[in-house]
Design a binder for this molecule. Structure first.
Ligand code: SF4
Length: 239
């Protein structure tokens, strides 16, 4: 990820903490740049970008500079993904999405869905969404440390499904946070929504500052759980 020296902004603009200039894995099938928005209202224990969580008064990368940088990549990149942090926490996101599309890029979003009304406003400006499903909706606060986040995430899921745009649902699995019963409960919920594809991501210690999670014994393999989960959601990918 590239970072520049923090820069004081003299007008309200998207706060971007850094970028990956070229990625083949953050938007399925597309060559993309990834912008990391500063700030997130959640405090997931497994977060691997804890430095992005506070809403800073300074942005490492100013959006006007990033637009200029993107304009020189027209024809070289297919898409721009807004990641974080939580990009929808910034009211300036829709304007940035619209400007990105005007340059000819497809637009993607990585989101926890914790701000569903903001997400609903952004959806018409998006071509693809990667939405976290962090836990059974009744257990969300145990993962996010944010009371009420479960119902908000459920609303976000419903909005993404109703929008008809391309999406990916992903769940990060650490055995101290989610067990087999939790995964089965999530699978049942997704089945009830008609979801056919679901990505299970193994916890990655890189960047995580939660010592008990990082030093926990290696998690048991997820593969033995897959037959039962695939009875509910046929298209499960391990990542
Ligand atoms: S939603 Fe994402 S960025 Fe925010 S705390 Fe959770 S893992 Fe970190």
């Amino acid at each position: 990820m590239l970072f520049a020296a923090p820069r004081q902004l003299n007008h309200k603009t998207l706060q971007v903490a850094g970028l990956v200039p070229f990625s083949t894995v953050d938007y399925p099938g597309q060559l993309c740049a990834v912008l990391f928005a500063q700030g997130c209202p959640l405090r997931c224990r497994y977060c691997h970008n804890p430095h992005l969580l506070p809403r800073a008064a300074q942005a490492a990368q100013a959006w006007p500079d990033l637009k200029s940088w993107l304009s020189r990549r027209v024809g070289l990149l297919d898409a721009v993904v807004f990641s974080g942090g939580e990009p929808t926490a910034q009211a300036e996101l829709p304007e940035a999405l619209a400007e990105t599309r005007e340059m000819g890029f497809a637009t993607g979003l990585h989101t926890s869905g914790v701000l569903p009304q903001r997400l609903e406003r952004a959806l018409p400006l998006l071509d693809w969404v990667g939405l976290d499903i962090k836990a059974p909706f009744t257990r969300y606060a145990a993962i996010t440390a944010s009371p009420g986040s479960g119902p908000r995430a459920r609303r976000a899921l419903e909005a993404v499904l109703a929008s008809g745009i391309s999406y990916e649902l992903r769940t990060t699995v650490h055995p101290a946070l989610l067990d087999a019963q939790d995964l089965l409960e999530i699978a049942c919920t997704l089945e009830n929504y008609g979801v056919r594809r679901w990505v299970l991501q193994k916890f990655r210690p890189l960047g995580c500052d939660d010592a008990p999670l990082v030093t926990a014994p290696s998690p048991p393999a997820l593969e033995p759980l897959l037959p039962a989960l695939r009875l509910r959601v046929p298209g499960i990918t391990l990542r």
